[in-house]
Write a protein that binds this ligand. Structure first.
Ligand code: SAH
Ligand code: SF4
Length: 393
């Protein structure tokens, strides 16, 4: 049995009140780590930075989950750390492997908080991990399974980083390899709208991209948004991540149907926001995602309109064959239609790879993610979170 952890609040608790769950150090930023060590009186303030650097390498480069493995830390210090803190991973509720090698984990980070993360081999440089940023989503894009699940809550930075750590554990990728990695890219394309949770997303990227740890370059981290225009500039400035826009339509009436957020931020505003994205250049192009829906947005005229809409923007277009889910109201475009659409984009000067559906047999493909977590009253959740953690087997 695993340990059920609440990664979200424990680190802030003073020593005297830490009865149930010990604070978990493995999802803290460097600054938070130093603060936690001092607050717990395990480390003196003047040594905090040095100790945090030392622990950081163990946690994020070597991936250790036991203080006893930190061989260059004095025995007494290891004992005090173990008494005050934990490095345990969240519980893996379910692990599935698709026949195409895609892996999906259902991870419980706190009582009632379950998220999915998906590893897709042979995507990006070597393999991409698709992480979730929220449990559920407040937006209701009509083609998306996650959109049918009400928002339960935002994930913390720790809960986002935990998805990467779980994947790394499963892939056997510790210590963090510099080359020949299986997990080379991170995409924020799982459950939720990352730009409605920018603080946690930015904190998680700071941890994941840190050179002395997991060390996945910011250029290999892509954040996908349905178009929260006011957060585009802050995203670029705070994270330097690659940007992906879920476009799906070239005119406002259709986009409003597919992505209701378009009513708030219509196409003209969205495109202006994209053009102003920090660092946008031919070397750092924006990706436009376009889900192929039969008879809805897949005509040659729409392909031509797409080329017009993107004129002058350093961009590539990712055509995503629609992935069905139980009760979904659309069908995927025919393969020939998708190829004809791609050919028009190519002639217009845009690389437009068709995203091969991966992991469909385990409902791990784009837009198929959904967990059973439901919104429970905050008071009920808080009560559950105060309950003692399950003992380790
Ligand atoms: N909320 C963010 C990121 C998560 S969705 C966003 O909307 O961008 C990740 C991608 O999957 C988006 O491009 C989304 O439009 C796409 N998607 C959602 N449902 C899908 C489905 N059923 N089939 C194919 N792609 C889908
Ligand atoms: Fe939310 Fe993205 Fe799904 Fe839209 S496509 S409902 S924004 S997760």
């Amino acid at each position: 049995m695993g340990v059920t952890l609440d990664l979200s609040h424990a680190a802030n608790l003073p020593r005297a009140t830490r009865t149930a769950a010990k604070p978990n150090l493995s999802g803290l930023t460097r600054a938070e780590l130093a603060t936690a060590l001092v607050a717990a009186q395990v480390v003196r303030p003047e040594k905090a930075k040095m100790r945090a650097t030392q622990l950081w390498r163990w946690i994020h480069h070597y991936g250790v989950t036991d203080f006893a493995q930190m061989t260059d830390v004095a025995k007494e210090m290891r004992a005090s750390l173990a008494e005050a803190f934990t490095l345990a991973r969240p519980e893996i509720v379910e692990r599935q492997v698709s026949k195409d090698g895609t892996r999906k984990w259902l991870i419980r980070t706190a009582p009632g908080i379950e998220v999915e993360a998906v590893y897709i081999p042979d995507v990006g440089r070597a393999g991409a991990l698709c992480v979730s940023s929220q449990v559920g989503c407040t937006l209701n894009c009509t083609f998306c399974h996650t959109g049918t699940q009400a928002l339960v809550r935002n994930l913390t930075a720790a809960e986002i980083v935990a998805q990467v750590q779980v994947a790394r554990d499963d892939l056997g990728e510790w210590p963090s390899p510099k080359e020949d990695r299986r997990l080379s890219n991170i995409v924020f394309m799982g459950m939720g709208e990352p730009l409605y949770n920018l603080d946690s997303v930015a904190g998680a990227i700071d941890i994941i991209a840190d050179n002395e740890g997991i060390a996945i370059s910011r250029r290999r981290i892509t954040v996908s948004t349905s178009g929260v225009v006011p957060e585009l500039q802050p995203l670029g400035e705070r994270t330097q991540a690659m940007l992906a826009i879920s476009l799906h339509a070239t005119n406002d009436p259709l986009r409003e149907q597919l992505v209701p957020l378009n009513k708030k931020y219509p196409l003209a505003e969205l495109m202006a926001g994209v053009r102003a994205y920090p660092g946008l250049s031919n070397a750092k192009r924006v990706t436009f995602e376009y889900v192929m829906l039969k008879g809805v947005n897949d005509s040659p005229a729409e392909a031509k309109a797409l080329v017009q809409l993107l004129k002058g923007i350093p961009a590539k277009i990712n055509l995503i064959p629609f992935n069905p889910w139980p009760g979904s109201p659309y069908e995927c475009s025919d393969w020939g239609t998708i190829e004809a659409f791609a050919a028009i984009l190519n002639r217009g000067g845009y690389a437009s790879p068709i995203r091969t559906p991966r992991g469909r047999d385990i409902l791990a493909a784009c837009g198929q993610l959904k967990s059973e977590s439901e919104k429970v009253r905050a008071s009920v959740r808080r009560k559950a979170e105060r309950a003692p953690a399950a003992p380790e087997a």
